[in-house]
Design a protein around this ligand. Structure first.
Ligand SMILES: [Zn+2]
Length: 379
């Protein structure tokens, strides 16, 4: 299926489209990113960038109810040879965590049925062991679910998931900003050395399994990974046949990492991912600007409910009435816009982490619980 091109007959195309429609009942977690039902991440990210374009001087622009007035869709960054950031670039990049090895690009519509069959029927069965089983399975069903602001392991203390998310974002930001240290760009750094030198953490254990004794750091016969390698794969369906981009300043890698940050932030407002409150049928698509009480565990959830909660999000009153200031919790569009502002201005990763710890990933310590699904999403 992956080898089909557009030049094939119309009948084949129609068949494939019909097949994909028949899969449309499968859960939105696997489906919504295809941009057919409800391209939430793309919408949020485009609005976030346009809000920045129209409010370049405001420190904290309130973007939750932002309606663009201008047609401008690109912003000149001043960060390390990145150049323009456009709505097209960022809305494409923010989908990276849904298809982290680019199996569906190009010819998404043609490859989708096989991909969906893999994801919804097999659910990465026996492939949840982390990086050695590929990023698609580790991020959707395995231990790298922090890409989606979720937790893999029931009972994991909230602080651990919280740190893993912030570590993931900080790492992604280092890749996206690609600072030059002396003669060398960050993207030229060796992946395994980078993680070897970090102190032990949940995030490090996932990215550098078994203290470097497992894939990808125990390979002697393969090209060593660089720090940008996780964002660089382009595979046909399945991870057996992949190539990876290289280059000391590859914009595709930098954009994927930037998109990954916005994606993680935005997912943390979806009630099936991160519990911030208000779970009932009439509130499930309203997102809250309140602190986090629990990270959800997808494996414990009714996937249909999870999917429904991912669709058509609207700002709840805690977000629409929120004062955007130094202490409040910001909504997903406002926060995404602020990250793009920090990135465009070449601010350091630590500033991004501090902003998110204060305005997005705030734990409600009094009501915090270890990872599990909330009752609303229970199987
Ligand atoms: Zn996600």
């Amino acid at each position: 299926m992956g080898k089909l091109g557009y030049q094939r007959t119309k009948a084949t195309l129609t068949l494939v489209v019909l097949m994909s429609v028949s899969f449309s009942h499968v859960e939105a977690f696997e489906f919504s990113f295809l941009g057919i039902k409800d391209p939430v991440h793309e919408k949020f990210s485009k609005l976030a960038l346009r809000c920045l374009i129209e409010n370049p001087e405001v420190e904290f622009a309130d973007c939750e109810s932002f309606v663009p007035k201008s047609k401008a869709r690109k912003f000149q960054t001043s960060i390390n040879n990145f150049g323009w950031l456009t709505t097209k670039n960022i809305s494409n990049a923010v989908k990276w965590p849904d298809d982290p090895v680019r199996e569906l690009r190009p010819y998404k519509i043609l490859k989708m049925p096989v991909w969906l069959a893999h994801m919804s029927l097999k659910k990465c069965k026996n492939l949840k062991g982390g990086l050695k089983h590929g990023l698609r399975c580790s991020s959707h069903y395995g231990p790298a679910q922090f890409l989606h602001s979720m937790e893999f392991q029931k009972g994991e203390p909230i602080e651990n998931t919280h740190s893993a998310i912030l570590d993931w974002i900080e790492y992604s930001y280092l890749v996206a900003s690609n600072e030059k240290e002396g003669e060398n760009y960050f993207l030229q750094k060796n992946y395994c050395e980078f993680f070897q030198n970090r102190k032990s953490s949940y995030f490090r254990d996932v990215m550098y399994p078994n203290n470097g004794q497992d894939f990808p750091c125990n390979q002697t016969d393969e090209t060593p990974w660089l720090v940008g390698t996780p964002y660089s794969f382009s595979c046909s369906i399945g991870i057996a046949n992949c190539m990876s981009y290289k280059g000391e300043n590859d914009k595709r890698i930098r954009l994927a990492a930037l998109g990954a940050i916005l994606h993680t932030i935005q997912d943390s407002y979806a009630k099936g991912h991160t519990h911030r409150g208000g779970e009932s049928d009439d509130q499930i698509n309203l997102y809250d600007c309140t602190p986090i009480k629990r990270f959800q565990v997808y494996g414990e959830q009714n996937t249909k409910r999870h999917g429904q909660a991912d669709q058509t999000p609207l700002a709840g009153s805690s977000c629409s009435d929120a004062k955007i200031n130094q202490t409040s919790i910001h909504g997903p569009i406002t926060a995404s816009s602020h990250i793009l502002r920090l990135f465009s201005a070449g601010k350091p990763a630590i500033e991004v982490r501090e902003y998110l710890a204060k305005h997005v990933f705030v734990i409600d310590h009094e009501n915090a619980a270890n990872a599990d699904t909330t009752d609303y999403f229970k199987k």
